[in-house]
Design a binder for this molecule. Structure first.
Ligand SMILES: N[C@@H](CCC[C@H](N)C(=O)O)C(=O)O
Length: 260
């Protein structure tokens, strides 16, 4: 029997089990264990699990798993929560540099509530008739709707995820324009296979897609998700978008020991 010390964090309702794995004791390839820890009935409950590990040059390394137990691509809200965890562990003070699966990230502790995270530059964008596809560290489908509250995000998100993106899948974001620089967003997340309350790489994709398709002229966009408000700022460049920052709340919720 093993005892796993864990911390629980949330960023606009996107929630994560955090484990300090600087001692490399966590069973990283145990998909079933990670899935169990994220299970909301039999485990702690979370949209994903994140390991904080040592890095030779940066403050730390981020290893991200979806709730299905599989290691996945970048998680923006998770990255912001991990910076808060690193601050709690006294690895960082006001600024951080860490490596994630999509490369190096810089981050700033704004205050006791908010963390700002620099996202990867966006170079890939496909504009179709009814949607935009882009990669903000994770793959995202962005589709405008006029009726966000009525939409069945689970049913329509799952359909698009399975039928447009095949086995690899993508995250599916439904978006409604609020004003010239504010959008409401609901996301079906790959690997959770359900709607989550917020998705950081998702709102980043929405902000950039809305700018690229002239639905906003602003370089700082407000995104209203079911779990809270996030801001994304960015600069357009020859290759796409750069200097992209995702800002919003990231908080510790509780800690404990899991017996497996
Ligand atoms: N919640 C995340 C995205 C996590 C990764 C995603 N589920 C995937 O597998 O692509 C975020 O805040 O960015």
């Amino acid at each position: 029997m093993s005892h796993i010390h864990f911390y629980k964090y949330q960023g606009t309702g996107n929630d994560f089990v955090m484990i300090d794995n600087r001692d490399q004791l966590f069973s990283k390839n145990d998909t079933k264990l990670i899935e169990l820890l994220c299970d909301r009935k039999f485990g702690i409950g979370a949209d994903g699990l994140i390991l904080l590990e040592n890095h030779p040059t940066a403050h730390f390394k981020m290893v991200y798993y979806n709730a299905d137990g599989q290691e996945s691509t970048m998680c923006g809200n998770g990255g912001r929560c991990l910076v808060r965890f690193a601050q709690f562990l006294e690895i960082i003070k006001d600024t951080a540099t860490f490596e994630a699966i999509d490369g190096m990230h810089h981050a700033r502790v704004v205050d006791d509530i908010s963390i700002s995270l620099q996202m990867s530059d966006v170079t890939e964008m496909r504009i179709e008739n009814t949607y935009v596809y882009t990669d903000t560290g994770s793959p995202h489908h962005v589709q405008l709707t006029e009726n966000l509250t009525e939409i069945d995000v689970y049913k329509e998100g799952k359909y698009l995820r399975d039928n447009v993106y095949g086995k690899a899948g993508a995250n599916i974001n439904f978006v409604q324009l609020q004003d010239s620089n504010t959008f409401k967003v609901r996301t079906y997340e790959r690997g959770v296979e359900d709607e989550t309350l917020s998705c950081g790489t998702g709102v980043t994709a929405v902000a950039i897609a809305m700018h690229k398709t002239n639905h906003t002229a602003s370089n700082e966009v407000t995104l209203e998700t079911p779990g809270g408000v996030l801001k994304v700022s960015f600069e357009a460049c020859d290759t796409g978008y750069e200097n992209i920052w995702l800002t919003g709340p990231a908080l510790q919720v509780f800690k404990g020991t899991f017996t497996a």
